[in-house]
Design a protein around this ligand. Sequence first.
Ligand SMILES: Cc1cc2nc3c(=O)[nH]c(=O)nc-3n(C[C@H](O)[C@H](O)[C@H](O)COP(=O)(O)OP(=O)(O)OC[C@H]3O[C@@H](n4cnc5c(N)ncnc54)[C@H](O)[C@@H]3O)c2cc1C
Length: 389
Amino acid sequence: MSFPKNASSRIGTLDKKWDVIIVGGGITGAGIFRDLAGMGYRVLLVEQADFAFGTSSRSSKLVHGGLRYLANAQFNVTYESVREREHLQKQYPNLVKPLEFLIPIYDQYKHGASFFNVGLNLYDIFGSKWKHGSYSLEEMDKRYPLLNKQALRSVLYYYDAEVDDARLVMRVISEGISHGGIALNYCKANTVLRDNTGQVDGIQVVDTLTEEEMELHAAVIVNATGPWTDELRSQVVAGSVIRKLRGSHFLVQRKRLPVEQAFTLFHPRDGRALFIIPWQGMTMVGTTDLDHPASYEREKPEPFMTSKEMDYLLTAVNTMFPTAKISETDIISSFAGLRPIVTMGDMAPSKASRTHRIFADKNLFSIAGGKLTTYQRMAADLIQRILPL
Ligand SMILES: Cc1cc2nc3c(=O)[nH]c(=O)nc-3n(C[C@H](O)[C@H](O)[C@H](O)COP(=O)(O)OP(=O)(O)OC[C@H]3O[C@@H](n4cnc5c(N)ncnc54)[C@H](O)[C@@H]3O)c2cc1C
C-alpha cells in the first residue's frame, strides 16, 4: 500500500475502525507501526506534520551506548543501547555506520584515562567486541594540528555509530507500509474519544492540509507523540509526565573545523560531555541539555538554539581547538530538539534518566523517554503491553 496521493480525499478514504491507531510519526511511533503491521494487525499511523518532524530529526545522529550514562550509573541504558547499536548496524548497514570517537584527556578533567578505560572496557564487553585503545600524542599532533596540546595527557579511541535520523524514521515507516499499514502525515489527532464506559476507543483527527475532520476508532490508541505526550494524555488523566529538555547543535564548514573522527569533550564550565561530529561534509557541535520553558514555545513553536547555548558550545569548541577560533560568523546552521524525558523530580537535566516508560490510561497507551538507538526495544515493550487485542 502506498501513501494516498490525492490530499483532498485522504482521511475520507480511511477505514473508520482499526486494530491500533498510533499518534506520532517519530522513531517511537514508526517502530511500533512497523512491528504491528508486520504481525498482521490493521494499523494506522497519523503524524501532524512531516514524518520525523519532532525530536527524531533533531538528534545528535548517534546510534550509541552513551558513555555518559555509565558515569551516571545508568548501566541498563548503556547495555541496552550498545546491544541495539550492534543490531541496527547489521539490520541497516547502509544507514547505520560505525563512527570512531576520540577522547582527548586533559589534566584539568575530573577523571583520568584509567577512569575512562573502565567505561570503555564495559562498553566493549556489552558490545561483545574489543575496539578501543589510545593514540600517541605525536600521532595526534600530526592528524590534528589545531588540537589543544596544553596539559593533554592521552587520547583514547572507541567506536559507536551514526545515522541520518530522519531517514531512519522514513525507512521504518516505509517497511510498515510494505507490511500493509497506513501512514498519514499532516493529520493531527485533536481529541481522544471515549465509549460510554469511559474507555478510550478512538481519536478525532484533522487533515491539516484540508481541515477536514474525522472520527476514527481502534481497539487501542498509542500515544507516541514524544515531547507532546501530555497534550493527548491529559485529556484522559490529570497531570503531566514529560519534562522537555532542549538540546541544540550548530554546524560549521568542515574546512573551519576539520575532523575525520568524532570527538568527545568535557565542557570547561560544568564538565558535561559534548560531541564534535563530522556530518555530511560539515562539522556538527552539540549538545546542550536545558529545561525548555513554555514561554519559549509561545515565542516560537519550534525549539531553537539560544545565544547562551551558542556561547556555551563555542566555549567548548574553542577550548579544545583554540587556534581554530570558531566564532558566531562561522555557524552556517543550528537546530534544537526536545528530549521527551519522563519526569523524575527536579534532578540536573544531564542526570535525568533516559529510560522509557509506558503509561496505560483507560486504553490510551502513552510511551515516552528512551532514545533513537533503543526504538526497537521500546516498540517490543509497548506491543507486549497491548497484546492480545
Ligand atoms: C538534542 C538531542 C540529541 C539527541 N541525540 C540522540 C542520539 O544521538 N542518539 C539517540 O539514540 N537519541 C538521541 N536523542 C533522543 C532521541 O532523539 C529521542 O528520544 C527520539 O527521537 C524521540 O522520538 P519520539 O518518536 O518519541 O518523539 P518525536 O520524534 O518528537 O516524535 C513525536 C511525533 O509526534 C507528532 N505529534 C505530536 N502531537 C501530535 C498529534 N496530536 N497528532 C499527530 N502527531 C503528533 C510530532 O509532530 C512528532 O513528529 C536526542 C535527543 C535530543 C533532543
